[in-house]
Design a protein around this ligand. Structure first.
Ligand code: GLU
Length: 305
């Protein structure tokens, strides 16, 4: 799918109910898209069954409805796009960009960036690129290999983030990330990169994902795919200055007052005060007055209502 019209998306993982932090990403991506008269898609990132919570996917849709979000078209489920991911991996493998890796967690414990231990280019000649590619293909198609698959990322990556400014990665960063996990599941960055490159013109999401962007761009570039414009908005922190998340037990949006919570998110995003009395009028005014330039860079504490 390619589209000249602004196309944004919200891409929650169904690992639990939406919370205030999720609302910020949903609201910013929605307002940006609608303010530009664009499409807004809902993509459920359900490619990690061990982390999935039963009922979370339908719960997320219900919550978004209750908060007045309206997405375009059918909900996209990553779990239904595995053939697409396999095709893209095969293309990367044909360019000899992938290699199997059997490094243990303990071997990598002191490395924040993968040091290339299993990269055939740095290994003994016996593990030629050709035999690596054969093993990778076997893993992609049949999954019968107790290794993960990494992508070789050698070039430095720079991009302009409309909220966080110019970003550049080099000197070994972002490093060779995993694209297929040892347990055969497709990695988030692979699926997200090829899905976003397949018709999303603008990605607006939390700044906790900023560091994943360089490797996603590297994947898009290697596949000659279109690269969206990125905007990474600040994330909400709790009183211990931890990011609101399921792990830090953030309160579910469902148990919060809808309009007051929308207004709090609006304020968190640095927008001009609105005088509205219903969810409908909130969205009318929000879409009209939304200004991405007013969104602060820094993550901050969100005061509970
Ligand atoms: N599914 C990811 C998450 O919920 C976010 C994906 C994205 O916006 O890139 O953390």
């Amino acid at each position: 799918m390619t589209s000249a019209r602004y196309t944004g998306r919200f891409a929650p993982s169904p690992t639990g109910p939406l919370h205030f932090g999720s609302l910020l990403a949903a609201m910013a991506s929605y307002c940006e898209a609608r303010h530009h008269d664009g499409f807004w898609l809902l993509r459920i990132d359900d490619i990690d069954p061990p982390r999935e919570v039963a009922g979370a996917s339908s719960g997320i849709q219900k919550t978004l409805n209750a908060y007045g979000f309206e997405w375009d078209g059918n909900v996209i489920f990553q779990s239904q796009r595995t053939e697409f991911y396999r095709d893209k991996l095969t293309m990367l493998n044909e360019q000899h960009m992938l290699y199997p890796c059997n490094c243990s967690r303990s071997r990598l414990a002191n490395h924040s960036v993968y040091p290339g231990f299993c990269d055939p280019a740095t290994e003994e000649p016996i593990r030629t690129q050709h035999s690596a590619a054969k093993l990778v293909q076997q893993k992609i198609l049949h999954g019968d290999l107790d290794h993960s698959i990494r992508i070789s990322i050698n070039e430095s990556i720079s991009f302009h983030d409309t909220v966080q400014g110019f970003q550049t990665y080099g000197d070994g960063e972002p490093g060779d990330i995993i694209v297929v996990r040892r347990d055969d599941l497709f990695a988030y960055s692979l699926a997200c990169a090829v899905d976003d490159a397949d018709g999303i013109s603008h990605v607006v999401r939390g700044s906790d994902l900023l560091s994943t962007t360089a490797s996603q761009i590297a994947i898009m570039k290697s596949l000659n795919m279109h690269q969206p414009v990125y905007s990474h908005i600040p994330v909400a922190l709790n009183s211990k200055l931890q990011k609101l998340s399921k792990q830090t037990r953030a309160m579910a949006l469902d148990s919060m007052p809808t309009l007051a919570t929308l207004l709090q998110a609006w304020q968190f995003l640095g927008q001009v005060e609105l005088n509205v009395s219903s969810i409908d009028t909130f969205w009318q005014s929000a879409i009209e007055t939304w200004c991405l330039d007013s969104v602060p860079k820094q993550s901050q504490q969100a005061t509970p209502i």
